[in-house]
Design a binder for this molecule. Structure first.
Ligand code: ATP
Ligand code: MG
Length: 241
Protein backbone atom coordinates (compact mmCIF):
# COMPACT_ATOMS: atom_id res chain seq x y z
CA UNK A 1 0.00 0.00 0.00
CA UNK A 2 1.15 3.55 -0.74
CA UNK A 3 1.85 5.01 2.72
CA UNK A 4 1.81 8.79 3.28
CA UNK A 5 5.21 10.50 3.55
CA UNK A 6 3.62 13.26 5.64
CA UNK A 7 0.56 12.53 7.77
CA UNK A 8 -1.08 15.03 10.08
CA UNK A 9 -3.87 13.61 12.25
CA UNK A 10 -6.27 15.84 14.18
CA UNK A 11 -3.70 18.60 14.60
CA UNK A 12 -4.79 21.58 16.71
CA UNK A 13 -2.56 24.58 17.33
CA UNK A 14 -2.88 28.05 18.88
CA UNK A 15 -0.07 30.61 19.27
CA UNK A 16 0.97 31.25 22.90
CA UNK A 17 -1.33 33.62 24.81
CA UNK A 18 -4.10 33.19 22.25
CA UNK A 19 -7.11 30.93 22.26
CA UNK A 20 -7.70 31.19 18.53
CA UNK A 21 -7.17 27.79 16.92
CA UNK A 22 -5.08 28.47 13.82
CA UNK A 23 -5.13 24.73 13.07
CA UNK A 24 -8.27 22.98 14.27
CA UNK A 25 -8.34 19.16 14.14
CA UNK A 26 -6.57 19.40 10.81
CA UNK A 27 -5.97 16.24 8.77
CA UNK A 28 -3.59 16.15 5.84
CA UNK A 29 -1.82 13.36 3.96
CA UNK A 30 0.97 13.76 1.43
CA UNK A 31 2.03 10.81 -0.72
CA UNK A 32 5.15 10.08 -2.75
CA UNK A 33 5.05 11.97 -6.07
CA UNK A 34 2.52 14.46 -4.75
CA UNK A 35 3.17 17.99 -5.93
CA UNK A 36 0.63 19.93 -3.93
CA UNK A 37 -0.36 23.56 -4.26
CA UNK A 38 -1.97 25.41 -1.35
CA UNK A 39 -3.99 28.44 -2.35
CA UNK A 40 -5.79 30.06 0.58
CA UNK A 41 -6.42 33.56 1.96
CA UNK A 42 -3.95 35.59 4.03
CA UNK A 43 -3.99 34.55 7.66
CA UNK A 44 -5.63 31.16 7.00
CA UNK A 45 -2.70 29.29 8.61
CA UNK A 46 -0.59 28.13 5.66
CA UNK A 47 2.76 29.20 7.08
CA UNK A 48 1.72 27.83 10.49
CA UNK A 49 1.00 24.49 8.80
CA UNK A 50 4.55 24.39 7.38
CA UNK A 51 6.01 25.38 10.76
CA UNK A 52 4.05 22.55 12.38
CA UNK A 53 5.42 19.97 9.93
CA UNK A 54 8.96 21.22 10.69
CA UNK A 55 8.44 21.20 14.47
CA UNK A 56 8.69 25.00 14.76
CA UNK A 57 5.09 25.22 16.04
CA UNK A 58 4.11 22.55 18.56
CA UNK A 59 0.47 21.44 18.30
CA UNK A 60 -1.42 20.91 21.56
CA UNK A 61 -3.13 17.85 20.15
CA UNK A 62 -2.81 15.38 17.29
CA UNK A 63 -0.09 13.28 15.70
CA UNK A 64 2.53 14.01 13.06
CA UNK A 65 4.08 11.18 11.08
CA UNK A 66 6.94 11.85 8.67
CA UNK A 67 8.17 9.08 6.35
CA UNK A 68 6.14 6.63 8.44
CA UNK A 69 7.69 7.73 11.79
CA UNK A 70 5.72 9.35 14.59
CA UNK A 71 7.58 12.60 15.43
CA UNK A 72 7.23 14.35 18.78
CA UNK A 73 10.57 15.22 20.37
CA UNK A 74 13.19 17.76 19.30
CA UNK A 75 15.44 14.85 18.28
CA UNK A 76 12.63 13.47 16.06
CA UNK A 77 12.33 16.88 14.41
CA UNK A 78 16.06 17.11 13.68
CA UNK A 79 15.50 13.98 11.58
CA UNK A 80 12.57 15.77 9.90
CA UNK A 81 14.73 18.83 9.17
CA UNK A 82 17.37 16.66 7.52
CA UNK A 83 14.74 15.22 5.16
CA UNK A 84 12.40 18.14 4.54
CA UNK A 85 13.59 21.49 3.17
CA UNK A 86 11.55 24.54 4.14
CA UNK A 87 11.85 27.71 2.11
CA UNK A 88 10.64 30.43 4.47
CA UNK A 89 8.10 33.02 3.37
CA UNK A 90 10.59 35.73 4.36
CA UNK A 91 14.06 35.13 2.84
CA UNK A 92 15.63 37.03 5.75
CA UNK A 93 14.55 34.15 8.03
CA UNK A 94 16.54 31.77 5.83
CA UNK A 95 19.74 33.64 5.12
CA UNK A 96 22.25 34.53 7.80
CA UNK A 97 25.75 33.94 6.40
CA UNK A 98 28.04 36.75 5.23
CA UNK A 99 28.14 35.76 1.56
CA UNK A 100 25.80 34.04 -0.88
CA UNK A 101 28.15 31.07 -1.32
CA UNK A 102 28.42 30.63 2.48
CA UNK A 103 24.64 30.70 2.78
CA UNK A 104 24.07 28.06 0.10
CA UNK A 105 26.95 25.86 1.30
CA UNK A 106 25.79 26.04 4.94
CA UNK A 107 23.15 23.29 4.57
CA UNK A 108 25.42 20.69 2.92
CA UNK A 109 28.21 21.49 5.44
CA UNK A 110 25.72 20.93 8.25
CA UNK A 111 24.75 17.59 6.71
CA UNK A 112 28.39 16.48 6.94
CA UNK A 113 29.76 17.23 3.46
CA UNK A 114 33.41 18.35 3.29
CA UNK A 115 34.17 22.03 2.60
CA UNK A 116 35.07 21.27 -1.00
CA UNK A 117 31.99 19.14 -1.68
CA UNK A 118 29.63 21.63 0.02
CA UNK A 119 31.17 24.40 -2.05
CA UNK A 120 30.78 22.38 -5.28
CA UNK A 121 27.12 21.61 -4.52
CA UNK A 122 26.44 25.29 -3.75
CA UNK A 123 28.22 26.52 -6.89
CA UNK A 124 26.30 24.10 -9.11
CA UNK A 125 22.93 25.22 -7.74
CA UNK A 126 23.84 28.89 -7.98
CA UNK A 127 24.84 28.26 -11.60
CA UNK A 128 21.53 26.46 -12.34
CA UNK A 129 19.67 29.49 -10.99
CA UNK A 130 21.87 31.92 -12.95
CA UNK A 131 23.26 33.34 -9.71
CA UNK A 132 26.93 32.49 -10.18
CA UNK A 133 27.90 36.16 -10.43
CA UNK A 134 26.55 36.68 -6.88
CA UNK A 135 28.66 33.94 -5.20
CA UNK A 136 30.78 36.42 -3.30
CA UNK A 137 28.09 39.06 -2.77
CA UNK A 138 27.10 40.10 0.73
CA UNK A 139 23.74 38.37 1.17
CA UNK A 140 21.96 41.08 3.14
CA UNK A 141 22.76 43.65 0.44
CA UNK A 142 20.94 41.71 -2.30
CA UNK A 143 17.54 42.84 -3.58
CA UNK A 144 14.41 41.16 -2.23
CA UNK A 145 14.02 39.02 -5.38
CA UNK A 146 17.69 38.03 -5.43
CA UNK A 147 17.47 37.00 -1.76
CA UNK A 148 14.46 34.85 -2.54
CA UNK A 149 16.37 33.02 -5.28
CA UNK A 150 19.34 32.50 -2.94
CA UNK A 151 16.96 31.17 -0.27
CA UNK A 152 15.58 28.72 -2.86
CA UNK A 153 19.15 27.69 -3.76
CA UNK A 154 20.03 27.16 -0.08
CA UNK A 155 17.06 24.81 0.39
CA UNK A 156 17.82 22.84 -2.80
CA UNK A 157 21.46 22.50 -1.73
CA UNK A 158 20.35 20.27 1.16
CA UNK A 159 18.99 17.78 -1.37
CA UNK A 160 15.81 17.26 0.65
CA UNK A 161 13.45 14.31 0.10
CA UNK A 162 10.48 16.67 0.42
CA UNK A 163 10.26 20.42 -0.20
CA UNK A 164 7.98 22.95 1.48
CA UNK A 165 7.97 26.26 -0.40
CA UNK A 166 6.23 29.25 1.18
CA UNK A 167 5.37 31.71 -1.60
CA UNK A 168 8.60 31.07 -3.52
CA UNK A 169 7.77 33.42 -6.40
CA UNK A 170 6.38 36.40 -4.48
CA UNK A 171 8.02 39.54 -5.79
CA UNK A 172 9.99 37.75 -8.53
CA UNK A 173 10.13 38.94 -12.14
CA UNK A 174 9.02 36.68 -14.99
CA UNK A 175 12.54 35.49 -15.73
CA UNK A 176 13.24 34.47 -12.11
CA UNK A 177 9.81 32.82 -11.84
CA UNK A 178 10.51 30.77 -14.95
CA UNK A 179 13.80 29.56 -13.48
CA UNK A 180 12.00 28.30 -10.37
CA UNK A 181 9.25 26.70 -12.48
CA UNK A 182 11.81 24.92 -14.65
CA UNK A 183 13.72 23.56 -11.67
CA UNK A 184 10.52 22.38 -9.94
CA UNK A 185 9.21 20.72 -13.10
CA UNK A 186 12.45 18.73 -13.36
CA UNK A 187 12.58 17.76 -9.68
CA UNK A 188 11.93 14.17 -8.84
CA UNK A 189 10.76 14.76 -5.26
CA UNK A 190 7.46 15.55 -3.59
CA UNK A 191 6.71 19.12 -2.66
CA UNK A 192 4.09 21.42 -1.23
CA UNK A 193 3.96 24.97 -2.52
CA UNK A 194 2.05 27.84 -0.98
CA UNK A 195 1.27 30.53 -3.51
CA UNK A 196 -1.34 33.10 -4.44
CA UNK A 197 -0.39 32.77 -8.11
CA UNK A 198 -2.84 30.60 -10.01
CA UNK A 199 -0.76 30.16 -13.17
CA UNK A 200 2.34 29.15 -11.26
CA UNK A 201 0.47 26.62 -9.11
CA UNK A 202 -1.28 25.25 -12.16
CA UNK A 203 2.01 24.60 -13.95
CA UNK A 204 4.02 22.97 -11.20
CA UNK A 205 1.54 20.94 -9.12
CA UNK A 206 -0.66 17.87 -9.62
CA UNK A 207 -3.05 18.55 -6.70
CA UNK A 208 -4.46 21.69 -5.16
CA UNK A 209 -5.86 22.22 -1.68
CA UNK A 210 -7.13 25.18 0.26
CA UNK A 211 -7.40 26.10 3.96
CA UNK A 212 -10.28 27.51 5.95
CA UNK A 213 -11.20 27.51 9.63
CA UNK A 214 -8.00 25.69 10.53
CA UNK A 215 -8.64 22.80 8.15
CA UNK A 216 -7.48 21.63 4.74
CA UNK A 217 -9.94 21.33 1.88
CA UNK A 218 -9.04 18.71 -0.68
CA UNK A 219 -8.98 18.85 -4.43
CA UNK A 220 -12.48 17.49 -4.92
CA UNK A 221 -13.86 20.24 -2.70
CA UNK A 222 -12.02 23.18 -4.29
CA UNK A 223 -12.16 24.17 -7.90
CA UNK A 224 -9.65 26.93 -8.41
CA UNK A 225 -10.17 28.46 -11.80
CA UNK A 226 -9.68 31.57 -13.81
CA UNK A 227 -12.76 33.22 -15.16
CA UNK A 228 -13.96 36.13 -17.24
CA UNK A 229 -15.05 38.99 -15.04
CA UNK A 230 -15.85 42.65 -15.16
CA UNK A 231 -15.25 45.25 -12.50
CA UNK A 232 -13.95 48.77 -12.02
CA UNK A 233 -10.27 49.31 -12.93
CA UNK A 234 -10.28 45.84 -14.49
CA UNK A 235 -7.86 46.95 -17.21
CA UNK A 236 -5.08 47.37 -14.65
CA UNK A 237 -3.04 44.27 -13.71
CA UNK A 238 -4.65 42.70 -10.65
CA UNK A 239 -5.02 39.44 -8.75
CA UNK A 240 -7.88 37.32 -7.47
CA UNK A 241 -7.37 34.81 -4.67
N1 ATP B 1 3.93 34.38 16.10
C1 ATP B 1 2.61 34.57 16.11
N2 ATP B 1 1.95 34.88 17.24
C2 ATP B 1 0.62 35.05 17.25
N3 ATP B 1 -0.17 34.90 16.16
C3 ATP B 1 0.42 34.59 15.00
C4 ATP B 1 1.85 34.40 14.91
N4 ATP B 1 2.15 34.07 13.63
C5 ATP B 1 0.98 34.05 12.96
N5 ATP B 1 -0.05 34.37 13.77
C6 ATP B 1 -1.47 34.42 13.40
O1 ATP B 1 -1.86 33.14 12.91
C7 ATP B 1 -2.74 33.28 11.78
C8 ATP B 1 -2.20 32.44 10.63
O2 ATP B 1 -0.95 32.99 10.24
P1 ATP B 1 -0.10 32.37 9.05
O3 ATP B 1 1.15 33.17 8.95
O4 ATP B 1 0.02 30.91 9.27
O5 ATP B 1 -1.08 32.64 7.81
P2 ATP B 1 -0.83 32.48 6.25
O6 ATP B 1 -1.98 31.69 5.71
O7 ATP B 1 0.54 31.97 6.01
O8 ATP B 1 -0.96 33.99 5.74
P3 ATP B 1 -0.23 34.78 4.53
O9 ATP B 1 -0.92 34.36 3.24
O10 ATP B 1 -0.48 36.22 4.84
O11 ATP B 1 1.23 34.43 4.57
C9 ATP B 1 -2.85 34.77 11.50
O12 ATP B 1 -4.07 35.23 12.02
C10 ATP B 1 -1.69 35.39 12.24
O13 ATP B 1 -2.00 36.66 12.71
MG1 MG C 1 2.19 32.75 5.14
Amino acid sequence: MNKPIIELENISFSYPDSNIKILDKLNFKVFKNDKIGIIAPNGSGKTTLFYTIMGLCKPFSGNIKILGKLVKTEKDFSFVRSKIGLMFQDADDQLFSPTVLDDVAFGPLNLGYSNIDACDIAKKILYDLGLEEFENSITHRLSGGQKRLVAFASVLAMKPSILLLDEPTAGLDTNAKEKIEKILMNLDISYIVISHEFNFINKITNKTVSMENGKIFKDDEVHIHQHEHIHKLGKLPHKHV
